[in-house]
Design a protein around this ligand. Structure first.
Ligand code: CP
Length: 298
């Protein structure tokens, strides 16, 4: 049984193999009845548009069916049931479980009680591995993953997509430039781990100072829901914004990515520039998640 919990569990070879498989799927190299008769349970205890819908769509494209719980309120967790019991029960209803949960470590815990594969669809400020694979896929469609200068901008403290992606990139020959508002830097434990993998990590105070040196700029929103109070959120809200002016002088091949949803950190005028790849990135969730479902259920 293969769970997908954290990018830390993957080797570079594993990631490359997923990317190759997703590429094959995108070219039509898949059996549309491969998962016929299989059921995927989508347990989403935090809001989601992309992850939930793209897993459901990927499952349908492979001939399978999805069942879902879309909030704590709509499940018996609201009546006091533990996550462990929920997972034990849902294991009897489905052939794999996709779980989004507000608490870091929830997917790992779920995998200990599940009798079917568990895919982590985001656990608090922890990890979001399927997002990372589609991020890598989007970059690799434009340029080889080695030898890149990649900027991570935004809430690097609470942003799980940033944590997952940074770990994955440390398996490649990448220099990571981090740019975060005060107090939202990449946790030191993560920086130390990346450096142990041999990655060069350079911290910057202002995206404008580094934009000309980047091949990829990965923007994240401030994770308002993870802040202890609204005052500390408003201290940093709207403290950075990517605009067409800021992108003047950027490398011609720069791509701007964002896991979405965005709030105000990318000016919609950027959408019309050749740098904007975040909607393509969200579309890439389909072949990547089809490849993941093939792996865990095929
Ligand atoms: N990128 C991402 O995880 O989006 P959703 O929260 O809409 O699933």
């Amino acid at each position: 049984m293969q769970h997908i919990i954290s990018i830390r569990d993957f080797t570079r070879q594993d990631l490359d193999s997923f990317l190759d498989r997703a590429e094959l799927v995108e070219r039509g190299g898949f059996d549309p009845r491969m998962l016929e008769g299989k059921i995927l349970a989508l347990l989403f205890f935090e809001p989601s548009t992309r992850t939930r819908m793209s897993f459901a769509s990927a499952m349908a494209r492979l001939g399978g069916t999805s069942i879902s719980v879309d909030s704590v309120e709509a499940s018996s967790i609201a009546k006091g049931e533990t996550l462990a019991d929920t997972i034990r029960v849902v294991s009897g209803y489905a052939d794999a479980i996709v779980l989004r949960h507000p608490k870091e470590g929830a997917a790992r815990l779920a995998s200990e009680f599940a009798t079917v594969p568990v895919i982590n669809a985001g656990d608090g400020a922890g990890q979001h591995p399927s997002q990372t694979i589609l991020d890598l896929y989007t970059i690799r469609r434009s340029m080889p993953l080695d030898g890149l200068e990649i900027g991570l901008l935004g809430d690097l403290r609470y942003g799980r997509t940033a944590h997952s992606l940074a770990h994955a990139l440390s398996l490649y020959d990448v220099t990571l430039h981090t740019i975060a508002p005060p107090g939202l830097d990449l946790p030191l434990s993560v920086v130390h781990e990346l450096r142990r993998h041999g990655m060069e990590v350079v911290k910057h105070g202002d995206v404008g100072k580094v934009i000309r040196d980047l091949d990829v700029l990965y923007v994240t929103r401030i994770q308002r829901e993870r802040f202890p109070d609204s005052a500390s959120y408003y201290d940093v809200a709207s403290s950075y914004r990517i605009t067409p002016d800021l992108l003047e002088g950027a490398r011609e091949h720069l791509i701007v990515l964002h896991p979405l949803p965005r709030v105000d950190e990318i000016d919609p005028a950027v959408d019309r520039t050749p740098f904007a790849r975040y909607f393509e990135q969200s579309r890439n969730g389909i072949p990547v998640r089809m490849a993941l479902l093939q792996e865990v259920m095929g």
